[in-house]
Write a protein that binds this ligand. Structure first.
Ligand SMILES: *Cc1c(COP(=O)(O)O)cnc(C)c1O
Length: 374
């Protein structure tokens, strides 16, 4: 990290720009797709790496009233960002209720997601002792990860009093294969979830995350819970992406080399120049979340010209062949992730998914928030 004294826009060699207006537009698009169902927002992992404060406030201004995070600490951070314990907006913690956390849920005005019968019993005891406080019930219909397994659901159908006094706002489940529309598990989970909620108290039901919204209205129930699509990632791989790009990563050229003789570049000498080449070195590397698996597979753009990343990505640096961009000079910014090489393209090139690209984006970048409610 540069010392705070010397860091400033003029010193920044890599800039991550987060377009909050695009985020708000994506929220509105998903809300329209899901209507008449409500659209919540998943902002776990620091708003998928983009900053839960600006992200949460922007989504709230766009009309979102229900938020999901993974950890209790993330929920407390979001609550502060939305204005403290007295602020409006439901915040639910997906990872559930651990012993001893009851008071924190109350103090920060947060909701636990009850993931098994033990958590159901724990929260109902808490509500009996200290008064009703809202919660969410999570049924597992095929993820085998979190949520009540089928046999615990059956226990609830047979003994519904276990839910008395819980103040459930929602019953939810999560799809395993929603990004593969033809997968038979999508319909199976939809049918099982619809059957289960019929046998439980009538509260809002929620099944779909980003990809599930695009499976169609049968999957929408009363509330949808998108995460990654809000941040611009394609909800259905292989289909045209309806979401607006939210992130742009640009890096400064800190040195340019002219290569005449055959020569290799970078660790492992994995790329050999065979003719005259201009090589730009840019200050971003895998320590910044520019994944090493992008080595020799990524491209970038400068002044509208596409240039390939050559050689290995190192910790702090990458090298690009800018021979076809003769105007490029040291000090110029190169678009590393943006419109021509977007988060999905980076994910494809790195052999991963957009989620991992976003949540890997490093802390070392200077962050610029544009538009919205930062
Ligand atoms: C992460 C998560 C979401 C959001 O998923 P996306 O695919 O990012 O839209 C929704 N629900 C649950 C339970 C999750 O864990």
């Amino acid at each position: 990290m540069p010392s705070p004294k010397i860091s400033g826009p003029s010193n920044a060699t890599t800039i991550l720009t987060v377009d909050l207006d695009a985020l708000a537009a994506n929220y509105r698009l998903l809300q329209q797709r899901a209507a008449p169902a409500q659209c919540a927002a998943v902002v776990k992992a620091d708003g998928y790496g983009l900053g839960v404060g600006p992200v949460g406030r922007t989504l709230q201004a766009a009309g979102c009233t229900r938020f999901f995070v993974a950890h209790l600490d993330e929920a407390a951070t979001l609550r502060e960002a939305l204005g403290g314990a007295a602020s409006t907006g439901e915040i639910a913690v997906l990872n559930g209720l651990m012993p001893g956390q009851e008071k924190a849920f109350r103090d920060y005005n947060l909701m636990p997601t009850l993931n098994d019968l033990g958590q159901v019993a724990q929260w109902s005891e808490e509500c009996r002792a200290n008064g009703a406080h809202p919660s969410i019930l999570h049924l597992d219909t095929g993820m085998c990860r979190l949520g009540l397994p089928p046999e615990e659901q059956q226990t609830l159908f047979d003994d519904p009093q276990r839910l008395d006094g819980l103040s459930l706002t929602c019953i939810m489940s999560h799809l395993a294969c929603a990004d593969t529309p033809d997968h038979p598990l999508n319909r199976q989970q939809q049918v099982d979830f619809a059957a289960a909620i019929k046998r439980l108290p009538k509260v809002d039901a929620s099944l779909a995350a980003s990809s599930g919204i695009f499976l169609g209205p049968d999957w929408h129930f009363d509330m949808v819970r998108p995460g990654v699509s809000l941040y611009g990632v394609a909800p259905t791989p292989g289909e045209p992406n309806p979401m607006a790009p939210v992130v742009k990563l640009s890096g400064k050229i800190i040195q340019i080399r002219h290569v005449d003789a055959p020569q290799t570049v970078g660790y492992g000498a994995t790329h050999r120049f065979t003719g005259p080449t201009r090589v730009a070195t840019v200050a971003a590397g895998y320590a910044d979340g520019y994944l090493r698996s992008l080595s020799g597979r990524a491209s970038a753009s400068i002044g509208g010209i596409t240039v390939p990343v050559v050689g290995r990505v190192s910790m702090d640096l990458i090298t690009l062949d800018i021979s076809n961009a003769p105007a490029a000079q040291p000090g110029d910014m190169i678009d590393l992730i943006g419109t021509s090489f977007d988060v999905d393209a980076a994910a494809d090139a790195a052999g991963t998914i957009g989620y991992e690209i976003l949540t890997s984006l490093g802390r070392r970048y200077q962050r610029h928030y544009v538009g919205g409610t930062a």
